[in-house]
Design a protein around this ligand. Structure first.
Ligand code: RRO
Length: 314
């Protein structure tokens, strides 16, 4: 079974990759699993300058999944291109670099530094994170409307030129998912990643206070999987209806096993990402990869591509 994935002209050896934010730049993962076998390692969203992130506690586990309010903690883009991307390349891994910014110009400059660096050869695509739930103080996602989303994608496209694959990472916390997706594609996105985390609050009934220092956090894990499938479904349905240009969708949200990944593919995802499940088992992507091959073979499908959007067939 051919599990390779096509992302707007870039071929990944597997359609199973990591999700941004859950494995930094892959070093921790490499102790447990073969990073060179992954479709890609998607690095933690990076901004121009180093950032300490939001006050702790900034992670909370719930029975339904995990809440985080990390707040874009990280070493900044120059450290990423000097240290992390060369390390990933030496490990034989393909990188997808998630870029972020406080405004469109910062997004553009971060992206420019990645694609003009000596390490750019190992970068298959940039994921443009317009949907971090932990930037604004009001608990709003950064780009939650078509206009601000388009402004970011335009700035990044202008900074990197025509040949770089750009995936716009979408939030589930919006009413007009398809409108935002369309704005992103028209402004230069080559594909879409759905979904980022879903805003939540968890309260400790013993202390009677929110568990996270900043109250709200992004929910990930099993609870958001049906939300992710819904978002991928809506995007694919809009493409089939001619309401959205046909671009690849990367599905992410609550993938812990092959059947979760298969649902996203059947809904319309050309590739999938594994995030929160990495914390419990860093070899989850390898298990998802092997299990997806079996699921496809059992159904007489020779490639991942044949299954993409299959659930929409009449
Ligand atoms: O760093 C974060 O707090 C964070 C980001 Br950038 C994101 O995109 N999604 C998320 O759940 N957390």
């Amino acid at each position: 079974v051919d599990l390779s994935a096509d992302l707007a002209g870039v071929r990944l050896r597997s359609g199973v990759m990591t999700a941004s934010g859950c494995a930094a730049a892959g070093r921790e993962l490499a102790a447990f699993t073969d990073v060179a076998a992954l479709g890609a390692v998607v690095t933690k969203s990076v901004m121009l300058a180093p950032r300490s992130g939001r006050p702790t506690p900034r992670m909370a586990e719930t029975p339904a999944g995990m809440l985080n309010s990390i707040g874009l903690q990280g070493g900044g883009v120059d450290a990423l291109v000097e240290h992390d991307l060369p390390w990933l390349a030496a490990a034989g891994a393909t990188a997808v670099v998630s870029v972020a910014g406080g405004d469109p110009d910062e997004f553009g400059e971060v992206a420019r530094r990645v694609v003009t660096s000596p390490a750019a050869a190992g970068v298959a695509a940039l994921e443009v994170n317009i949907s971090c739930p932990n930037v604004a103080n009001r608990g709003l996602v950064f780009a939650c409307d078509p206009g601000s989303s388009a402004a970011v994608l335009r700035a990044v496209r202008a900074a990197v030129g025509d040949d770089v694959v750009l995936l716009a990472k979408l939030s589930p916390d919006v009413t007009d998912l398809v409108g935002i997706a369309r704005a992103c594609v028209e402004a230069g996105a080559s594909g879409l990643t759905a979904i980022n985390t879903l805003l939540g609050v968890d309260i400790d009934v013993r202390t009677m206070r929110p568990r996270l220092a900043v109250t709200t956090g992004g929910l990930s894990g099993p609870a958001v999987r049906p939300v992710a499938v819904r978002c991928v479904w809506q995007l694919r349905a809009a493409m089939l209806a001619g309401l959205l240009p046909e671009v690849p969708v990367v599905g992410t949200g609550g993938v812990a096993g092959p059947e979760d990944a298969f649902q996203l593919v059947l809904a319309g995802a050309s590739a999938v990402q594994v995030g929160t499940a990495l914390f419990a088992d860093p070899s989850t992507p390898a298990r998802v990869d092997a299990g997806l091959r079996s699921l496809l073979a059992e159904r007489g499908l020779a490639s991942l591509g044949e299954a993409v959007g299959h659930a929409h067939r009449p």
